[in-house]
Design a protein around this ligand. Structure first.
Ligand code: AHR
Length: 512
């Protein structure tokens, strides 16, 4: 009888407080270490591919939108709002066929080339070094340039860095002055090749790492602009590539890259649709997405062997969902659904939780390509659900990382299981705590109870991204179907934070 009364009392308390007794317990602890979540984890990628640069950022002079030169300003304004910290350019595979001298000087006389990687289209080089750096200036973002190692020479790369960063008078810097930029551009993030195991030259890791040493030597540090040299790293689970690069290059690089894309079916031949999928395919997609955690952990463990002080960054400079393109669309153009938002939010949680090693990452790609933040159609543009995740998560940029412990409930389908809940947390310079929570379960809400050890707070507010269906998208006809809304499902109960997270939602809580 006593037991029954106790149970009754507990469930009444639970009902009053609005949380279920089977809540998942989270513990967030104040962290004494200096570990911060680098803002560069929130980087973007823009390649000469499909309609990302041309007809995305850089548009027809006749298009009736606000522009500076040919840079589309509504796109710039939207990206400024989410504080993009760096922008990677010109590729991707395109980078290893790009010759920078073709993209400077009077546009009318710039050489034309064929973009062999992406549709065999003509590249008129109207968007080159100066145009990219003007775009970065407008975006208030740091440029991250990928130099050509696949088909370019050591001299070509060396001269590009001189053109960008040298203040002494040389033939190359005079050319920069002649092209309208007397002062050095001061570019620091410098990629030495891209996917050198594949489109960037089909190299072995041994051959690549020897080449890296040569190219990186002559890509000089000019006064006031030490380069952060980033070596071309592994294709997903190729751990040997990381092992060889760490052994042969070690601390002579600032960072080593990793590329990992989420394929809904896991099959490069038939990746799956961006908008038409059932719950099983959704489950499979999320399972593939969450693999990022194990992949990052395994590369980090190898890096730890050679670099226990964690000086070399793991730079995940290509990630995101890669689906079949939309029918009759431009190269790698895909729609973006609530599923994409859950992928972005979960992946960013993984990176935040690995911020001791992952110091930079770049979503592929910013506009009109793969998991885009923005889609454009002539004068129209829309913000994708993925954009809204970057908007929600910008609070973590350069904030101090807070460790979290919890055991996630399972999301189960056909006897297969994935963790339904993923979370990351940080505390900013004003001592405001942010917790980003993702409920991947397609059907069930998750109740959480959180104790925050050593942290002071008295109020909680929240924001949510959710929609009725996982396949919901923002379209040009209905561009605001998915947008950030206020979240009232969290409260302080005693010393604990309790919340109910709706099925398939992203919630960011602010504790003050
Ligand atoms: O992001 C699209 C392509 O994917 C990039 O050009 C290449 O680096 C990767 O294979």
């Amino acid at each position: 009888m006593k037991k029954l009364l106790l149970l009754l009392a507990l469930s009444v308390t639970g009902m009053r407080y609005g949380y279920s007794q089977s809540a998942t317990n989270l513990t967030i602890t104040a962290n004494d270490s200096k570990l911060t979540i680098s803002r560069h984890i929130y980087g973007q990628f823009s390649e000469h591919l499909g309609r990302c640069i041309y007809d995305g950022f850089w548009v027809d002079p006749k298009l009736q939108v606000a522009k500076q030169d040919r840079i589309r300003l509504d796109v710039v304004e939207a990206l400024k709002k989410i504080n993009i910290p760096n922008l990677r350019w010109p590729g991707g595979c395109f980078a290893d066929e790009y010759h920078w001298r073709d993209g400077i000087g009077p546009r009318a006389t710039r050489p034309k080339m064929v973009n062999t990687n992406w549709g065999g289209v003509s590249e008129d080089n109207s968007f080159g070094t100066h145009e990219f750096l003007e775009l970065c200036k407008l975006l208030k973002t740091e440029p991250y340039i990928a130099g050509n190692m696949g088909s370019g020479t050591v001299e070509e790369m060396a001269k590009w860095v001189e053109y960008l960063n040298c203040s002494a008078e040389t033939t190359v810097t005079n050319l920069r002055k002649q092209n309208g930029h007397p002062e050095p551009f001061k570019v620091t993030f410098w990629g030495v090749g891209n996917e050198s195991w594949g489109c960037g030259g089909n190299m072995t890791p041994e051959f690549y790492s020897d080449n890296y040493r040569q190219y990186a030597t002559y890509a000089r540090d000019y006064p006031g602009t030490p380069l952060k040299r980033v070596a071309s790293g592994s294709n997903g689970k190729d751990y040997n590539w990381t092992e060889v690069c760490m052994k042969n290059i070690g601390r002579s690089m600032w960072g080593l890259t990793l590329h990992w894309y989420t394929l809904p079916t896991g099959d490069w031949g038939k990746k799956g649709s961006a908008t038409q999928f059932d719950e099983k395919e959704y489950f499979n997609t999320m399972k593939n997405c969450l693999e990022m955690d194990e992949i990052v952990s395994k590369h980090s463990a190898i890096m730890d062997k050679y670099d226990p002080g964690k000086k070399v960054a793991l730079v995940v400079d290509e990630w995101g969902i890669w689906t079949d393109p939309e029918p009759n669309s431009s190269v790698l153009y895909q729609q973006n659904s609530l599923r994409d938002a859950l992928i972005a939010a979960s992946t960013l949680n993984i990176f935040n939780n690995h911020c001791d090693r992952v110091k930079m990452a770049n979503l592929a790609q910013t506009v009109n390509v793969l998991q885009a933040l923005i889609l454009t159609n002539k004068e129209k543009m829309l913000l994708t659900p993925t954009y809204h995740v970057f908007d929600l998560y910008k609070v973590h940029q350069d904030a101090k990382y807070l460790p979290i412990k919890f055991e996630s409930p399972d999301y189960e389908i056909d006897g297969k299981k994935i963790p339904a809940l993923n979370v990351s947390a940080s505390i900013d310079a004003n001592k405001v705590i942010h917790i980003s929570l993702v409920n991947l379960d397609a059907n069930k809400k998750i109740s959480i109870k959180t104790s925050l050890k050593g942290l002071n707070w008295s109020t909680v507010s929240g924001q949510i991204l959710n929609s009725e269906k996982l396949t919901d998208v923002n379209s040009f006809e209905n561009p605001n179907k998915l947008k950030i809304a206020g979240f009232a499902g969290a409260s302080k109960q005693g010393d604990e934070l309790v919340a109910d997270l709706p099925a398939h939602s992203v919630v960011v809580l602010t504790l003050k």
